[in-house]
Write a protein that binds this ligand. Sequence first.
Ligand SMILES: C[S@@+](CC[C@H](N)C(=O)[O-])C[C@H]1O[C@@H](n2cnc3c(N)ncnc32)[C@H](O)[C@@H]1O
Length: 668
Amino acid sequence: MPKETPEKLDLRSMDITDEKKQQLKQLFPEVFREDKIDFDHLKRVLGEWVDPGKERFGLQWPGKAERMKTIQQPSIATLRPDREESVNFDETENLFIEGDNLEVLKLLQKSYFGKVKMIYIDPPYNTGNEFIYPDNYTESLDTYLKYTGQKDAEGNWQSSNKETEGRFHSKWLNMMYPRLFLAKNLLEENGVIFVSIDDHEVHHLRKMMNEIYGEENFTAQIVWKKKTGSGSQIEKVFSEHEYVISYVKNSNSGEKWRITNENDGNFKNPDNDERGDWESCAITAPSKNRNPNQLYLIEVNFNSNKSRTNLKYDIIDEFQYGNHRVIFRKLQENSDYNEMFDAEKEVAWFIRRWAYIPTSMRKIFEDNRVYLNGANLPRYKKFQSEYEGKALRSIYCNEFSTQQGSEELRALFNSDIVEYPKPKKLLQTLVEATTKQDDIIVDFFAGSCSTADAILNLSNKEKVKRKFIMVQLPEITEEKTEAKKAGFETIADIGKERIRRTIKHIKEDHKKDKQLALDEEKNSNDEIDLGFKVFKLTPSNFKVWEAPGVDIEPEKLKEQLDAFSDHLNPENEEESILFELILKSGFPLTANIEKIELAGKHVLNVENGKLMICLAEELTIEVLDAISEKEPQRVICLDNGFTGDDADALKTNAVQLFKSKEIEFRTV
Ligand SMILES: C[S@@+](CC[C@H](N)C(=O)[O-])C[C@H]1O[C@@H](n2cnc3c(N)ncnc32)[C@H](O)[C@@H]1O
């Protein structure tokens, strides 16, 4: 039996105002806006005229205007690679980024603008119990860095969003708005975003999405039954189902979705049709109660010795189909309908008719689409490939459940380390329908990384290489939870470990299948990408000025001025600086990087000459010459690399040299 604790008796004296407010709420719920009374509206409800001012249609909430500032505030952070936590770092194009997704989305804007095919997110549903990350618009990175351990004396997250808090919905909307806004920039023109949600915020979410993505780009409000069996609990909100809301970036892009898994198990290829797997559909219909004039007898002669000359049907078409003789007959005008049945019973043929008229039926036969299997009813072959471009279903009742999600995680970890992870099949349905080879999929509320698990397994099954970017806050796991007991300090740690274990399982399966193992050896990364690079959100490697618009105390300003004279933070490894420069120059974190040596200095060649970076602390004219001879499109060097008495002259030379070859040159 689950443990139940009685509600505590409130020993405080009665809050009279609150009591009266509650009574008023019972009478006039419509005048309450998030626990505050709209007095003007109350007057209107009571029949008094109050000037409405300027009325506008749309969703408004306190703090909405400020969100534009949040969006526009640039990030001064970076993403630091962590090789140790990664798998196959140098080859893989999958990413796991640990950090607050607002900062991360900002950092990804330049490099991934318009490059993502599909975004799936499963944000907090605002049930009142989840942790809502405290965005502090001007100093969000700082907030992030300080946030660890932010709990009150009773061990609750300070920033959990209680319904009694008045700004309950606003807080959630303020958290979601900038993230959904920045996410849209990442989508390709034919990209799509899916957002999981339930009844707590679905109404607000749709309005907010209409505003950001455009009402015309709304595609679906998918409903899926999350609990199996009939034992669904009736809580404050009916809790048997959830939604997935979807919007495309541009409904005019002409993109067609591939619909598959609803019938996945039914697609087979028993006759080795070169068009691939097909599902068997009806091609005959009951003939009873039909106009006899429209009846066409099915006569597929499995045993061609059995002639049926006694029937009162005119033969209207006849042809050979493989080993079978196919005859179309039409009932004669004045014959008795019932005679047909008698006749048919005698010879035990089907008392059915073809579903289409003979001319259409003939075409179907000519297209080799009829499957004849002994004395079974003929069936129509509908190929899996033909489901492309159809709409996704909008209701899923028994295909997947949250229990399944938990079982999947249990199979990997042997315990329930995360509550209610999403079932893989739900995610695979969405991924499979909307993405193909080389597409990038992002989940920036990744949790236990069910999305990555689903993508890896699906891609393995289909031998299709999809790339993912998971973003997850290092949210501290609560004391006494299964996660903590299993040694996971943060949810991000769980996500990374889940990806590692999934990769391990797939590799083990490959080993079992010898041929696959051989292929893998030959072509290790061509088919599926069994790796991921881990990056962590950290302050920039460069000491940057405080973001504009922030008041700086004089002492802090002096500190910054001192720091600026040597603006490279100490202890920053070359690789971390390299990735910061790559990201901030607009290259993806998976860009191809080649380390070369020119005139005795290390130079990094990014994407085959698109960018060359030299982090040498003592630049020489020889290395600058050697770089320019390679004719890259862009060059970045350290400002500190120009040292000694001739520093200014060397800098001038460098500028001239690169300009003469039309190479963009920058220092940091
Ligand atoms: C509902 S859970 C996602 C569960 C996930 N779909 C799964 O199957 O495991 C939402 C996750 O978003 C994370 N999260 C909340 N605020 C975040 C933020 N600002 N940045 C990144 N992740 C955040 C939480 O830590 C939580 O793990």
